[in-house]
Design a protein around this ligand. Sequence first.
Ligand code: CP
Length: 316
Amino acid sequence: MKHLLSAGDLSLEQAVAILDTAIQMEQVNKREIKKLPTLRGKTVVNLFFEDSTRTRTSFEVAAKRLSADVINFTAKGSSVSKGESLKDTAQTLEAMGADGVIIRHPASGAAHTLATSGWIEGSIVNAGDGTHEHPTQALLDAYTIRQKLRDNAIGSDLAGLKVAIVGDIAHSRVARSNLQLLKTLGAEVYLVAPATLLPGGLAAQAKGHYYSLDKAISEIEFDAIMMLRVQSERMTASFFPSEREYARIWGLNGERLARLRPKTIVMHPGPMNRGLEIDAKAADSKNSVILAQVANGVSVRMAVLYHLLAGGSEIE
Ligand code: CP
């Protein structure tokens, strides 16, 4: 595997191999000295044309824990503001010796373009391209579901688990990547959204879909419920009457949380709009694994960098 562009590119064996490697990385991250020599001499570039807190910092920590050199590039304050193209920016960074490029870009397909254009030689990881895909988010989400199953001692297999993805599906690269990866891992994925935010093509790929969160909760015993951020910055039209209406009908609140199974885990990729798609009672509840998702981002991204850049060397 040279690049990671789409969750749909991963076979079951490849996905499980990354998730299993992440278990080993989690052990490293619990040590006093959280460092492996695996990527010594390699350079990883964080190429971020869109804002990020979790993804950019966790890739930086992951690369450093594997002993790689890291170049952090953000479009703000760079020569992109002078009109420099993606090609010239990427080639400039590769001239500094990049072995791997982690790219986040507002344009869907940007990571694919970089990987297939022949502009640069290094491995490309898609860290979020427009509304298209965010495969490492899907991997860390799957890892977190597995981890919670391990903690609850009921196995680490996702086959047959019922997962709800709720909210602004239309603008969500997290939803697109999770739908593909969770299906590969054997989970049953249900999409729950207002009709205006649920594209028919995606609904057709799910095990089922609902236009009512209350109906979904009353009919399916979910193992995990993944709330999505309402992406106002990508909306060019009005998709629901008001934020108050959205929160009332679609938001996960304490009252709806009480109707889930006691062990249903509550997920959110972050950043959260508290009071809109999720309220404090749900986000800060004992069912919430939102901070575990963030912590697991480091282990999973270490595993991805290991599989792409370490060339099959031993994890020491
Ligand atoms: N989940 C996620 O991609 O968060 P950031 O935008 O903070 O990276």
